[in-house]
Design a binder for this molecule. Structure first.
Ligand SMILES: Cc1cc2nc3c(=O)[nH]c(=O)nc-3n(C[C@H](O)[C@H](O)[C@H](O)COP(=O)(O)OP(=O)(O)OC[C@H]3O[C@@H](n4cnc5c(N)ncnc54)[C@H](O)[C@@H]3O)c2cc1C
Length: 431
């Protein structure tokens, strides 16, 4: 490294940035990771669960040392009306075996650990520094400005999250459109390990990921989530911004209502709110992908919109990690020929296409559009809950076969068989 120039400067110490810095430093390249928070992750939030595969490929057996909370062995999807709920539970004890399928996490601890791995590998990690601007010379990004300081590198990696001002400054990304993003709010609720184990029927190291649809968002495009940590619960809501724009509903009130729902209140009873946070989530998948590569510049993770929301699962962490790795590999390749031009950095797109990142975003290209259908958040959860309630209700009244009950409930819900078939068909094709 010359005194004043790095091979790479990574902006942002979330999972995408720390992974890029880790992979680059392991290869012996000079890398500076800049994070605006006091520590990496200090201000970061997510719902609560990371799928393990991407990080396990880079740091095999990471769970031995990483601050993970519980390995998820139980998946629950719950349809809510104001006073009823219907749940589908999938339990798989194989998810409790190495290499664990997914873990619940607390980001402040996890992100700090991942940044420390980059530092251990040889990256310089600078925290409490906000990158204000890029230095662009002859249409090539050559460095960054942070306050009065200027720092230079062969390549800059923008890992600065969903708002990515850096990708905008590099001219690679436009402003986000409301329907491309959701806003998420979350509370971390302290609850004893024993109560969590009892209420969710799990043992110490294993946990639950639960997603909710229906009344929790009052029928708006979005959903609720709940993840069990060691001795806390992560609970929150995610609602698409365009749905919120036409409503006067306050997210904080929605979250309180959600917590008071008869299906939720008993499982969080006696819990104390420890933390409250809010954050944007990119939701449009591949449809919001910006240009990923500029002269001396790469965009990774949420900054590139790499999140997959299928309604029944949400993935951003594994995409962030894998895209950070792909960017680092492209820089390693560019370093060999000492060519950091846009055409040399195209290797980044190649690595992304070889990995699950582009393959998964591509195959679920239609999912964001399908999930805009408001029937998914109002009529269908109500239909499921009302139909199941009828099935299980015995009151000595007039008998009716299940088929007749179902038809009646469909009619009562204002749906038709044609609409059901059409939505089912679209769902099969997009999810
Ligand atoms: C409500 C919600 C629920 C979610 N649930 C899940 C889930 O359960 N599972 C899952 O896999 N994914 C989930 N996600 C998505 C996941 O959180 C993201 O995909 C992931 O955090 C992206 O990582 P990243 O490193 O690209 O960006 P981020 O995690 O946003 O990190 C960006 C970093 O850049 C720093 N930064 C920004 N600007 C600057 C600057 N100018 N200078 C220096 N530093 C800067 C920030 O401080 C931050 O540390 C959820 C997201 C939200 C909001």
């Amino acid at each position: 490294m010359s005194d004043d120039k790095f091979t790479a400067i990574v902006i942002g110490g979330g999972p995408s940035g720390s992974t890029a810095a880790y992979v680059l430093a392991k290869e012996g390249l000079d890398v500076l990771l800049i994070e605006k928070g006091d520590t990496s992750g200090s201000k970061n939030m997510f719902g609560g669960r990371m799928y393990s595969h991407a990080l396990n490929r880079i740091i095999p057996g990471f769970w031995e040392e990483a601050p993970v909370e519980r390995a998820v062995t139980k998946e629950i999807i719950t349809f809510l009306t104001e006073d009823k709920s219907v749940s589908v539970i999938c339990q798989n004890d194989n998810w409790a075996k190495e290499p664990y399928h997914s873990f619940t996490l607390l980001r402040a601890e996890f992100d700090r650990w991942l940044a420390s791995k980059a530092e251990e590998a040889g990256a310089i990690v600078a925290t409490s520094i906000k990158v204000d601007d890029l230095i662009i010379e002859n249409n090539k990004v050559v460095g960054i400005k942070a306050g009065e300081d200027e720092m230079y590198a062969d390549v800059i990696i923008a890992a600065d999250g969903v708002n990515s001002l850096m990708a905008q400054k590099a001219g690679l990304r436009k402003d986000l459109e409301p329907k491309q993003v959701a806003t998420g709010i979350k509370q971390i609720i302290k609850l004893s390990k024993e109560k969590i184990n009892d209420r969710f029927q799990v043992t110490d190291s294993y946990g639950v990921a639960q997603l909710f649809v229906g009344h929790c968002t009052k029928g708006l495009h979005g959903g609720g989530f709940l993840y069990t940590n060691k001795d806390t619960i992560s609970i929150g809501l995610v609602i698409n911004i365009s749905a919120l724009r036409h409503n006067t509903i306050r997210l904080v009130d929605l979250l309180e209502d959600f917590k008071n729902h008869p299906s939720i209140a008993p499982i969080i009873e006696d819990g104390e709110v420890e933390e409250y946070s809010a954050h944007l989530v990119p939701e449009a998948g591949i449809n919001m992908k910006p240009q990923l590569i500029g002269e001396g510049f790469l965009v990774v993770g949420d900054a590139a919109g790499f999140v997959l929301n299928l309604g029944f699962l949400v993935r951003g962490m594994d995409f962030a990690i894998a895209s950070g790795e792909a960017a680092a590999k492209a820089v390693i390749e560019a370093k060999k020929s000492n060519d950091f031009s846009k055409s040399a950095l195209l290797a980044y797109e190649r690595y992304l296409k070889q990995s699950f990142v582009m393959q998964h975003l591509e195959i679920y290209r239609k999912a964001p559009h399908f999930l805009e259908n408001e029937r998914l958040y109002g009529k269908y959860p109500a239909l499921a809950a009302n139909l199941l309630t009828k099935m299980f209700t015995v009151d000595g009244g007039q008998p009716r076969r299940l088929f007749g009950t179902a038809m009646n409930e469909i009619k009562m819900s204002g749906l038709s068989l044609a609409k059901l078939a059409m939505d089912g068909w679209k769902g099969m094709r997009s999810l």
